[in-house]
Design a protein around this ligand. Structure first.
Ligand code: THU
Length: 134
């Protein structure tokens, strides 16, 4: 999958961000194991803590449509450096990917940075830890 194509899809999804409080619009796009692209934007709420980030919106779209795994993902926002996914999103990304799954972080100004989920969240807590101690 062409990561540039994913960045374009993330940019288009960003246009739908619902951000009346932060005015910080974020878009995300991923290609899943079914070959489809799923996208997401951040969705804020007057009760701030209920905000859903763009990354989790895209991942939940993937799951709701029956796909199981992230093959590659892109995230985009406006800024001086590529947007950095929050800790909660990193944990959710790790749940549905491999540590070497590529992630492209981008700005609408044109900067990009390619990384992996394993680099974003090393030593992630996962279902292996859970089963061992349950
Ligand atoms: N946000 C995302 O959607 N993804 C990120 O990677 C960083 C933060 C959103 C949450 C909130 O709507 C706004 O950006 C400001 O924190």
């Amino acid at each position: 999958m062409d990561l540039e194509k994913l960045v374009s899809a993330a940019k288009a999804a960003r246009d739908n961000a619902y951000v009346p409080y932060s005015h910080f619009a974020v878009g995300a796009a991923l290609v899943a194991d079914d070959g489809q692209i799923y996208t997401g934007c951040n969705v804020e709420n007057a009760s701030f803590g209920l905000t859903n980030c763009a990354e989790r919106t895209a991942i939940f779209q993937m799951i709701a449509n029956g796909a199981k795994k992230i093959v590659a993902m892109a995230v985009i926002a406006e800024g001086d450096r590529p947007v950095s996914p929050c800790g909660a999103c990193r944990q959710v990304m790790a749940e549905f990917s491999e540590s070497d799954t590529p992630v492209m972080l981008a700005t609408i100004q044109g900067q990009t940075m390619e990384t992996t989920i394993g680099q974003l969240l090393p030593y992630a807590f996962d279902k292996g830890d859970f089963h061992e101690h349950a």
